[in-house]
Design a protein around this ligand. Sequence first.
Ligand code: ADP
Ligand code: ADP
Length: 228
Amino acid sequence: MIEMTNVYKKYPNGITAINGLDVKIDQGEFVYVVGPSGAGKSTFIKMIYREEVPTQGNVKVGEFDLVKLKAKKVPYLRRHVGVVYQDFKLLPRLTVSENVAYAMQVVGKNPKAIQKRVLEVLDLVGLKHKVRMFPNELSGGEQQRVAIARAIANMPRVLIADEPTGNLDPETAWGIMDLLEEINNHGTTIIMATHNSDIVNRVRHRVLAVENGRIARDQEGGEYGYEG
Ligand code: ADP
Ligand code: ADP
């Protein structure tokens, strides 16, 4: 359902971050994206939710052609592709439930449906008792759970996670990993860029290693493969 063909991304500063990349990812897969710093992992991932557009080649996500997709149609894509970041990116002045509700308001869901779904996803991530708290009153792991709840509120087919455990201690990281596994078990495709070799080596999934802007290794049930 995600397909990149002969993709290049050259930034305005002249750096070629993605250099002839091909990949196919099926619905329901769990895929790790690994590789050295500067290899192009973030750029690769950003092209899946159209934060970046390739300078050459094709990117398809479901029925969306991301190269042709007009800027004003990007919100339609984002209903199908949820994103979670290393630094959570929660809105600091909104409560936990408001942060999650906001993601649904922007796509025009009705207030009743929003109220119901907010409690449902916050229950799923184990934070139903903290709905009225503000992000700065939560631990890092809890903030990441809110971010995940927000990302899945609209029931996306794909969840992108860019270093989701990067700011968390190992135990908290495992809790987030369990949650991503559970979401994947419900049929959501998960694409997770990570430097967490313990997780990659212990919870085996397909590994895409990005090096010099290409897929250098594509391994089913693969290992992390780098030092650290
Ligand atoms: P990004 O891939 O998003 O550019 P960085 O490569 O800057 O992120 O790395 C994010 C964090 O992961 C940094 O603290 C960095 O020191 C650490 N890191 C980078 N490479 C590895 C590695 N191979 N193993 C473990 N940690 C790593
Ligand atoms: P990774 O996530 O593997 O660390 P990135 O995709 O972040 O790799 O970066 C790949 C290359 O593209 C690096 O050389 C980086 O400096 C460059 N790069 C990333 N983002 C930008 C940008 N917005 N503008 C210019 N160069 C960028």
